[in-house]
Design a protein around this ligand. Sequence first.
Ligand SMILES: Nc1nc2c(ncn2[C@@H]2O[C@H](COP(=O)(O)OP(=O)(O)OP(=O)(O)O)[C@@H](O)[C@H]2O)c(=O)[nH]1
Ligand SMILES: C[S@@+](CC[C@H](N)C(=O)[O-])C[C@H]1O[C@@H](n2cnc3c(N)ncnc32)[C@H](O)[C@@H]1O
Ligand code: SF4
Ligand code: SF4
Length: 339
Amino acid sequence: MSYAALKLSNEPARGLIDRFGRRHSYLRVSLTDRCNLRCGYCMPPEGITVTPKPQLLDENEVVRVASVFVRMGVDKIRLTGGEPLVRKDLDAIVARLGALPGLSVLAMTSNGITLGERAASLRAAGLNALTISLDTLKRDRFLDITKRDKFDAVMEGIEAALAAGYAPVKINMVVMRGVNDDEIEDFVAWAQDRPLQIRFIEYMPFPGNHWHSAGVVGWNEIRERLETRWKLAPIAVHPSAVAKEFQLVGHQGSIGFVTSMTDSFCGTCNRLRLTSDGNLKTCLFSPAEQSLRDIMRAGGDDAALEAQIGRAVGLKQAAHAPMEELARLGNRAMIEIGG
Ligand SMILES: Nc1nc2c(ncn2[C@@H]2O[C@H](COP(=O)(O)OP(=O)(O)OP(=O)(O)O)[C@@H](O)[C@H]2O)c(=O)[nH]1
Ligand SMILES: C[S@@+](CC[C@H](N)C(=O)[O-])C[C@H]1O[C@@H](n2cnc3c(N)ncnc32)[C@H](O)[C@@H]1O
Ligand code: SF4
Ligand code: SF4
């Protein structure tokens, strides 16, 4: 198919197809590197130097870059952070992104702390998929992991999300051996009568997160454990899906596994990332970044943005480095990337 035909047929433009033939249709937009929790696997213990506000993309810049990506073939945007709910102009951003023609999924990953009051209004504004992170069902342990006593607020947020009609509400649990792996079955039982999808995430290495390979609980181990109690039936998912999903027979909820460490899924990767300071990152684990903010602030037009995006996608690597090597590679802290 010619380049012109690709554009006419509403397929992603060549700019979003990399040299391995992967079509990038999913953009993760980090809105801030600030957060009201301090999860040890994400935020380095000494904290980070938060980006001064003038260096962050403002509302208009976020919407402009997003609209360029959507014109180039992105049909799904996930808002993340840091904590996206701490961004004061979030409602306006959601409303404007939700109105972009061609965008079918506008999702958010959040720690849920202030969702109690906001889940319904965000849905009304255009958010149509919601994931809430929760690593434990025990209040004391929540404080240990996140350094903040906010367990009840998160549970309230989850209830509000269910009441607002997000279906399913996805729950992200980073499974860490010796920290919370004794709660895997409790999470599954929690989803018995609720439309939750519990996603077990393999613990990944980032600067300052004290990752060690023995802390990773591989998805096969979890699956085998669960199969002693429940019957798991695979669910068909999007070919580029991050999670392997399963229905549990007799359960309203479902489960998913994000297997980056023991069974990576780079071959079907369709994801690009925008950091809150406006850098394009073509891979979660690659230190390579290109500034889109600087092009906009230098007066560059949308064609210049498209050209820079196309160049970056053209340089994307086939896959991430092996697990042990990743821990040694330079990268931003996870809180500065957004997952
Ligand atoms: N290795 C790797 N991990 C990813 C990628 N995208 C998301 N993750 C991780 O997957 C986990 C879940 O991320 P979410 O923010 O819930 O997003 P998602 O899995 O894309 O969500 P869905 O759209 O519901 O599939 C987090 O730990 C992310 O860091 C990716 O491209 N590569
Ligand atoms: C960086 S957070 C940002 C959004 C929001 N603050 C939240 O916690 O949901 C996005 C996702 O990345 C996950 N994450 C953070 N650090 C991780 C790590 N080291 N390994 C695996 N997942 C991680 C979090 O659990 C969360 O689900
Ligand atoms: S995982 Fe989310 S809630 Fe926890 S420190 Fe990172 S950004 Fe904050
Ligand atoms: S590690 Fe990089 S290439 Fe692999 S799935 Fe994640 S973002 Fe894509």
